[in-house]
Design a protein. Structure first.
Length: 105
């Protein structure tokens, strides 16, 4: 199973999200295109009433094994369903890689 699929499945199991996007951004970074850089957009009722730091901790705790292994970077965008609707379901853009982005070359 791919790292991307593992991340997806673990977040589904742990958070029962209303919406979830797991985006592999490894190709935008220097070095070989591997499964090392990800962006997750997760929308869950479980986030209601939780500060952003606690939401990020829940995601990090869920993916602790992957973060100890080959996942080098993880951008987390964690929303409540209301916040997601207010955003219009728009996925945030990622900033350019400062470590030598292939996209900048």
């Amino acid at each position: 199973m791919s790292v991307q699929q593992t991340i997806h499945d673990k977040l589904v199991d742990a958070l029962a999200p209303a919406a979830l996007e797991v985006i592999n951004e490894s190709h935008r970074h220097s070095g070989p295109a591997t499964e090392s850089h990800f962006k997750v957009v997760v929308v869950a009722e479980r986030f209601e009433g939780l500060p952003l730091i606690r939401r990020h901790r829940l995601v990090n705790e869920t993916l602790a094994e992957e973060l100890r292994g080959g996942v080098h970077a993880l951008a987390i965008h964690a929303y409540t369903p209301t916040q997601w609707l207010e955003r219009g379901g728009e996925i945030p853009r990622s900033p350019p890689c400062r470590g030598g982005s292939k996209a900048e070359a």
